[in-house]
Ligand binder design. Sequence first.
Ligand SMILES: Cc1cc2nc3c(=O)[nH]c(=O)nc-3n(C[C@H](O)[C@H](O)[C@H](O)COP(=O)(O)OP(=O)(O)OC[C@H]3O[C@@H](n4cnc5c(N)ncnc54)[C@H](O)[C@@H]3O)c2cc1C
Length: 382
Amino acid sequence: MSSKPHPTPLTIGIAGAGIGGLAAAIALRRAGHDVIVFEQARQFARVGADINLTPNAVRALDGLGVGEAARVTAARPSHRISRSYDSGEETSRLEMADTAEQKYGAPQLTIHRADLLAALTEAVPAQCIQLGRRVQTIAQDAQGVTVHFEDGDEARVDALLGADGIHSAVRAAMFGEENPRFTGIVAYRAVVPAASVAGVPNLGAFTKWWGPNPQSQIVTFPLNRGKDVFIFATTAQDSWQLESWTAPGDVEELRAHYAHYHPEARALLDACDTVLKTALYERDPMPAWTQGRLALLGDAAHPMLPFMAQGAGMAIEDAVVLARHLEGASAGSAGSALARYATARMERAARVQLGSRGNNWLREGGNADWVYGYDAWTAPLQ
Ligand SMILES: Cc1cc2nc3c(=O)[nH]c(=O)nc-3n(C[C@H](O)[C@H](O)[C@H](O)COP(=O)(O)OP(=O)(O)OC[C@H]3O[C@@H](n4cnc5c(N)ncnc54)[C@H](O)[C@@H]3O)c2cc1C
């Protein structure tokens, strides 16, 4: 993608300075457009923990010029391993690291979400990001889009992207209010020092312990350059519907859910002092992502279960493909360029969304190439 000046640049508003919104801001600026990111949060806080970036996501980030900054704190898992929860038997093993780099042009990286956001934010001039700007309603006309904020203020842009996550206000303005579906699954997240679980093998790998049903699993991978181990455990539980990146869970409850797992998996849970707990929500693939000068990307367009670890990757891919479609677009052609972006992305996103729901991918081997081998920079444009 060129970063030449655009003859008739658009002013593009982006709702949400999350992973997808910031990636879109970088990509669109490189395509020569002006961007303003409207983020509801008053400041960037160190919330969340893990983000899994498989080779498809890392290659997209590398093209944005952000890969090097991400590598400073990220870990680089050596393998992707599947194990049975009870016997501990390994049912599949993929080489990642150098092998993935040779095969797909980029490795897998695992990184704290705040570190990835910091790397993305660094690449966007500060004046392009407005904090404390919660998008509430949107009015679109033939010339552009008026964005109304919660504080009563408003802004005018040529096009608006909804990168505002699973509860997207832009999505609601386009297609009506509709809550995401509670899946009946809860997730526990914990980080433990690698030194505290040194007896557990393969701490440098991304390991998925497959449970007795598709809802039950434990995933572990290195974080903070391997200094820490991240633990992500899910189980069916209808009684907890709170969706939160900060709500504490109970470590004893966590251990009880996985009491029948292999001792090496349980050793990781035994090392947890604290744990976060959240309910998991999702939506069905949507029939449309755009409406005139409005378009969705990332979780706003396709919130998915975490079982293929593709939430962030899909948002970054969307951002790159969207900007490639808007390269050279003018005010008159913005709507059709956005529609073509959606056509280019919807089938892949739906496949990953539904695959994540099924939670069977790579359990016993299988094809990783269609996910990891996708190149957002060269994928065909519509
Ligand atoms: C605080 C937070 C912590 C997270 N932590 C993790 C984690 O540890 N592990 C993990 O796998 N995933 C985490 N996620 C989710 C993950 O980032 C996404 O699933 C994925 O990366 C897709 O990114 P996205 O940019 O589409 O959405 P998100 O990353 O969810 O970003 C959406 C952004 O839009 C903003 N926003 C929402 N509504 C409005 C509005 N009306 N107006 C303006 N701005 C708005 C939000 O504040 C947020 O910054 C977290 C998300 C958030 C918001």
